[in-house]
Design a protein around this ligand. Sequence first.
Ligand SMILES: [Zn+2]
Length: 100
Amino acid sequence: MDTQAIKCIRKYIEDKYIGGGVVKVSDVSAYCGCSDGIILKGLVRLEELGEVKIEKRYSCPDFHYIRENEFPFCSECDQKYPEELINVYFYFKPLATVRM
Ligand SMILES: [Zn+2]
């Protein structure tokens, strides 16, 4: 359930987040054992509540990083890819005002 995911995310932020950077969704799921999808749903809710900011990163099928403003073009491959071949990674940033 979403509320469980929200607890897991808040706990992760409390226990593990050192500040500054972004957190990988898979780091949270590995930490608490929920699936990435469940954590992501929780994050969407927490974003609505203003506790986190979700960020997406993209890579081409060869795992080159693709800048958001160049999407879906990989400058290393010098090639544009159909969207379904692009890998999407979810990150989030806890917002500074959050305290449990
Ligand atoms: Zn590439």
